[in-house]
Write a protein that binds this ligand. Structure first.
Ligand code: ZN
Length: 228
């Protein structure tokens, strides 16, 4: 059987033993679980994983409600593959691979609650799970501070944003989130979790509503950030 066919069969039968980027068979201990040495060398570590949101987000300064933007990796071609797999059901392998790198950049005692960025009801139904929740499950192992899935909801099914400008993304996300109870986040320190931070428009929209309802501060933790 040709080599790439063997890889295909192997990755289908034993997803745990093949590289999430190139599909090669993983025979040795690597620096990143589920990713081979060569592919991991091509994944770019962020020069600065923890950033002031006002500095890195390409949004109008006075509209930035997030405090810190935290992401251990810079989004590139190599990391896009495992992140895409996460959206199409690879049972948390991607989250398991990157969780240790995410954990290193946060101090869990800085937060009162964790909120995985919600999907709209219809998208969640379609996908069967929320990838942000899958990441959160691997990153916040002890479940303290608690996950709160009952506070923030996405009401609007927004259109996929891949080809949108920042302005279009902002318009697309406007009023996309609601808070269930008026006082649910009052004085709370909140960590949002998502897969990728692109323009930050989505998470900033979520942060805006949390701040509006009295949250003390809101940070976002993701696997990777798009740096332009
Ligand atoms: Zn590889």
């Amino acid at each position: 059987m040709p080599k790439n066919k063997i890889h295909k069969v192997l990755s289908y039968l034993f997803p745990n033993f093949t590289c999430l980027v190139c599909g090669c068979e993983l025979r040795y201990q690597t620096d990143c679980e589920h990713i081979c040495h060569e592919c991991f060398a091509n994944i770019k570590h962020a020069d600065q994983p923890i950033n002031n949101a006002k500095v890195v987000l390409k949004l109008e300064q006075d509209t930035v409600k997030l405090r810190k933007v935290i992401a251990p990796f810079t989004y590139n071609k190599e990391i896009s593959k495992p992140i895409l797999l996460l959206k199409y059901g690879n049972d948390g392998l991607t989250a398991e691979a990157f969780a240790p790198f995410m954990q290193r950049n946060i101090n869990i005692t800085d937060y009162d609650i964790i909120i995985p960025i919600p999907l709209s009801k219809s998208r969640q139904r379609q996908r069967g799970y929320n990838q942000a929740q899958v990441i959160a499950d691997y990153v916040i192992k002890e479940k303290t501070p608690p996950f709160r899935k009952d506070i923030l909801f996405k009401t609007k099914k927004t259109t996929p944003q891949e080809n949108m400008t920042t302005k279009e993304r902002l318009e697309n996300q406007k009023d996309a989130y609601v808070i269930k109870e008026e006082n649910a986040v009052k004085n709370l320190r909140i960590l949002l979790i998502d897969d990728v931070i692109t323009s930050g428009a989505t998470t900033n929209e979520a942060a805006s509503i949390l701040i509006k309802h009295g949250a003390k501060y809101v940070d976002i933790l993701a696997i990777a950030r798009v740096e332009k």
